[in-house]
Design a protein around this ligand. Sequence first.
Ligand SMILES: Nc1nc2c(c(=O)[nH]1)N=C([C@H](O)[C@@H](O)CO)CN2
Length: 118
Amino acid sequence: MDIIFIEGLKVNTTIGYYDWEKKIKQLLVFDIKLATDIRHAAKNDELAKTIDYAEVSELVDEFCQKNPVDLLETLGQRLVETLQAKYALSWLQIKISKPTAVEQADAVGIIIERGNRN
Ligand SMILES: Nc1nc2c(c(=O)[nH]1)N=C([C@H](O)[C@@H](O)CO)CN2
């Protein structure tokens, strides 16, 4: 299995359960791993035959801006569904960190993993 990854993707967006959080933007950091077979792209050196990590990064930012929700769980699950609908993914892992949420911690957040890692 091959993996396309995006590490430390920073997105400033509206996210949070409390009323005060709905009036501000906060930093989220995404680490994303998408399983694909890179041999299709490598055969003829074609971007169109792989998952464009720049396109995915843009998608994640736009998705966050358009989908303000309370919980990281909701954001993560909806993002997973969007990525699965757009790309043929046998496996994916998305980590969403909220570095400013808990003062005593460097970051808190969620990790979602779906599919089979063969
Ligand atoms: N499991 C979760 N716990 C909490 C979340 C969350 O999204 N998932 N969110 C909050 C608040 O929005 C918090 O980040 C404000 O400091 C609390 N716990």
